[in-house]
Design a protein around this ligand. Structure first.
Ligand SMILES: [Zn+2]
Length: 119
């Protein structure tokens, strides 16, 4: 599975949460976590983007603490307008990462074409 696809499924996960159709199971249902968390969060596109492990520096942290401190339920999902706001932040951040990965991929392709034509 390529990294862009993994992050796109993360965007889809947060869209389902925003629509109230799904809950956030954290590590258990986070598409990149399922692959990278086992390795102590090495190589996850989110960690590569923020430069920090375990989703630090991402909107996941305010979501996580809001869920814990305000709602304190086992299921993390949209309970109030603030939840919706925080989940939307997280979804937008996942999109931002997908976009940046796609941009990098394009750049790479451009560079390799450049190198070939120079030879
Ligand atoms: Zn809330």
């Amino acid at each position: 599975m390529n990294k862009i696809k993994i992050m796109e499924s993360s965007v889809a996960k947060w869209n389902r949460i925003i629509e109230g159709k799904s809950t956030d199971g954290g590590v258990l249902d986070c598409p990149p976590c399922r692959i990278y968390y086992m390795l102590l969060c090495i190589g996850c596109p989110i960690a590569q983007y923020t430069g920090k492990k375990f989703c630090k520096g991402s909107p996941y942290i305010p979501w996580y603490w809001h869920q814990n401190n305000v709602h304190g339920k086992i299921r993390k999902k949209v309970y109030c307008p603030e939840c919706l706001h925080l989940a939307t932040d997280m979804r937008d951040f996942m999109i931002e990462i997908v976009e940046s990965m796609k941009e990098k991929k394009k750049e790479k392709a451009r560079n390799s074409r450049k190198n070939k034509s120079a030879v």
